[in-house]
Design a protein around this ligand. Structure first.
Ligand SMILES: [Zn+2]
Length: 330
């Protein structure tokens, strides 16, 4: 069987971490989390000691070994180090990364699949509001931006509507597995029954990996202290849940965004047309497609950001190891 890599896309708070772990819950599956950050850290927390493997074993060296073998061999290394694995699920949401890696994997003969999980704009606004991130409106703009980018960059992908997933998890999961050509089985949604070497992902997804009476559970709680990151993950431990957005309270923000971005309805129609249960969609939304120049610009910006992060965090790492920082600079 051809080894497979599945990329799970989605905006922040779309449920992508949760969903990717569910897909990876299979004896032959491997949920990698946001592995992009292993090679291209963009934030301090990705190089901190607390950014550890989700398997819970402090002696786990899997990611160290993968890192040593280099970014070009990332997926090959995971397959080689875990011979039972037939498919990897990557939850790195960055579209330029997904595009780049997909090309590289296809060249190497892997079977590459793309699936995206999405919330409606009011649902997304609600998620931001719960975490106090709706105020300036800037983050709300990532909803049209992300979905247009995804549409422009990614070929052949299918979508899972978050609301469908929470209302009928089994049917949706079954349809997703069928699309991705991976096995579905009774109990697949109980992803915590498998040990995942998962990297990154938000704390509200990670907490479901651990039993309530475990040290790891308490550790996640400690790390989320003073933030709103856990949301309702504790009261809904290990359950997918749907919260009806209070549209009246969000209306002002949504109206403003609609004025700035008149394509909101087309984006939603485009996402629905890509649904896993719908027939194969065509490329029927030329107004959502970025021009070649815009796409190149996006790649270039990402490249610059990645290079900057690499230099910045590599320096930080080497400084921490060297006793005399003065000499290290020369
Ligand atoms: Zn591990």
């Amino acid at each position: 069987m051809t080894k497979k890599v599945i990329f799970v896309g989605g905006t922040s708070y779309s449920g992508s971490t949760f969903f990717h772990l569910t897909l990876a819950n299979d004896p032959a599956g491997f949920g990698a989390g946001e592995i992009r950050h292993l090679f291209r850290p963009t934030k301090e927390r990705f190089v901190r000691g607390t950014w550890v493997c989700g398997c819970g074993d402090p002696a786990c060296t899997l990611w160290e070994r993968v890192k040593q073998r280099g970014e070009d061999n990332l997926y090959d290394s995971i397959f080689e180090l875990n011979p039972e694995v037939e498919f990897i699920v990557d939850a790195s949401k960055n579209i330029v990364w997904v595009d780049e890696q997909s090309e590289r994997l296809a060249r190497k003969g892997y079977d590459v699949r793309h699936i995206m999980i999405w919330k409606t704009l009011p649902e997304f606004a609600h998620s931001l509001q719960k975490r106090n991130r709706l105020q300036d409106g800037a983050e709300l703009g990532s909803w049209p931006r992300y979905h247009k980018l995804y549409y422009s960059f990614i070929d052949q992908w299918r979508a899972v509507k978050y609301g469908h997933y929470t209302h009928d998890q089994e049917t949706t999961l079954r349809a997703a597995c069928k699309q991705l050509e991976i096995p579905f089985f009774e109990g697949k949604e109980r992803f915590w029954e498998k040990r995942h070497h998962v990297l990154g992902g938000n704390l509200s997804s990670r907490i479901h990996l651990y039993a309530k009476d475990s040290d790891k559970y308490q550790d996640v709680r400690r790390r989320a202290e003073g933030t709103r990151e856990l949301g309702a993950a504790e009261s809904h431990h290990r359950r997918v849940y749907y919260e009806e957005p209070n549209t009246a309270a969000l209306q002002e923000h949504i109206t403003r965004l609609r004025r700035e971005c008149p394509e909101i309805d087309q984006i939603e129609a485009m996402l629905l047309a890509h649904d896993i249960a719908a027939p194969t969609p065509g490329r029927d939304w030329p107004e959502l497609q970025l021009s070649d120049a815009e796409m190149r610009m996006r790649q270039l910006r990402q490249y610059t950001k990645d290079q900057f992060g690499r230099i910045r965090y590599a320096l930080r790492g080497s400084r921490a190891r060297r006793p005399e920082p003065q000499q290290a600079r020369n």
